[in-house]
Design a protein around this ligand. Structure first.
Ligand SMILES: Nc1ncnc2c1ncn2[C@@H]1O[C@H](COP(=O)(O)OP(=O)(O)O)[C@@H](O)[C@H]1O
Ligand SMILES: [Mg+2]
Length: 369
């Protein structure tokens, strides 16, 4: 059980600033995911929380105690890394027990905790095996088990699935989701560059870019109400379509004209001084559908189709050089390359971003919570 509080946390190497003042409150028992492109500072932030990096500014509190100067071993934290580095000559059992043996815990206590962790991770029947006789996913579970037996208040994961192949990644991701359910008291922070992992695992996602927080929210908040263009295009795959547009009429509902020369009412309130301003107009590929009547958003030529079976990604030339519009449509409708297609979207699925890249707040529907 531990809350975490980060206040203006900064990290620099010499005069190279990596973290620019991170403010974040994490509640006890929350599963928080740090997501962002490679190099944005996710590992640095996680390692700073663990105490493996000394922060150069701000304060860090764990369970109400300022820990800036507390060594890693005294922070009540366990960390799982991308490379699982097990001792090759030790069995699964001994790998998991090693830390507790060093800490001179009793044999009975060690046995109890190792077996409990093995049970959670479905490793019980592998306890006598050596790591080399196990798959990558199983080895990563042993590494997680090694962290569980330490009974941490805070569990940190740094891209634990990125060394696994696609199928194992999915299976192990589900294991981690179950692990979270079996340890509801433990605060977990999980770093990934994979937005699918972020969406599926997190109670709340922290989107980072260039050492700054872009947005914090539940997965659906970030998906439905991205606060800016970066979050809009980072969360969701394929990325949200963004088109240059102009506010024709500001108000409770804004009238937007976009590149294809059409005007669309969008249920987003814009202030009167936004009238006539250049903005970005956004719509997700999966929110587009084939229009039946004359009420459509986009009309264009189908440039290319990627059939994935269940869905197809349809790239439509709407007159933007080198930038087709992407639509994710059901796979069971035939869509021919070279034909003209009209696409529509529900007004609730349209987004407007101002010149500074920040979104205008959209009216919230019940689903979006
Ligand atoms: N020891 C270090 N010295 C100097 N720069 C570093 C050091 N460690 C990390 N960095 C830099 O800090 C930035 C953030 O790195 P990191 O936190 O590892 O990113 P992420 O985990 O998001 O991919 C990168 O530009 C990286 O090159
Ligand atoms: Mg990293």
């Amino acid at each position: 059980m531990a809350d975490l509080t980060l206040r203006d946390v900064k990290k620099s190497y010499g005069n190279l600033n990596i973290l620019h003042g991170i403010d974040l409150d994490i509640k006890s028992g929350e599963f928080i995911v740090f997501v962002g492109p490679s190099g944005c500072g996710k590992s640095t932030l996680l390692r700073s929380i663990a105490g493996l990096e000394e922060i150069t500014g701000g304060t860090l509190e764990i369970a109400g105690e300022k820990v800036n100067d507390v060594p890693p071993s005294k922070r009540g934290i366990a960390m799982v890394f991308q490379s699982y580095a097990l001792y090759p000559h030790m069995t699964v059992y001994d790998n998991m027990a090693f830390g507790m043996k060093i800490a001179k815990e009793s044999k009975a206590e060690i046995d109890k905790r190792v077996r409990a962790a093995a049970e959670i991770l479905q490793l019980t029947k592998y306890l006598d095996r050596l790591p080399k006789a196990m798959s990558g996913g199983q080895r990563q579970r042993v590494a997680i088990g090694r962290a569980i037996v330490r009974n941490p208040k805070v569990f940190l994961f740094d891209e634990p699935l990125s060394n696994l192949d696609a199928a194992l990644r999915v299976a192990t991701r589900i294991e981690i989701a179950k692990l979270k359910e079996s340890m509801p008291e433990t605060t977990m922070i999980y770093v990934t560059h994979d937005q699918v992992e972020a969406m599926t695992l997190a109670d709340r996602i922290v989107v980072l870019k260039d050492g700054r927080i872009e947005q914090v929210g539940t997965p659906m908040e970030l998906y439905k109400h991205p606060g800016n263009l970066f979050v809009a295009q980072f969360i969701g795959s394929p990325a949200m379509n963004i088109l240059p547009a102009t506010i024709e009429r500001a108000g409770e509902t804004s009238l937007v004209s976009h590149l294809a020369g059409r005007k669309s009412p969008v249920p987003v309130a814009t202030p009167s001084d936004a009238q006539g301003k250049a903005v970005s107009f956004g719509v997700r590929p999966e929110d587009l559908y084939v229009a039946t009547g004359d009420d459509f958003l986009f009309e264009g030529m189908v440039d290319y189709v990627e059939q994935l079976g269940e869905v197809q990604l349809v790239y439509v030339d709407i007159g933007r050089p080198d930038q087709p519009l992407t639509a994710k449509l059901p796979g069971n409708v035939e869509i021919k390359r070279g034909t003209v297609i009209r696409l529509a979207a529900s007004a609730d699925d349209l987004h407007i971003f101002g010149g500074d890249g920040r979104s205008y707040a959209r009216r919230r529907t019940a689903v979006a919570a």
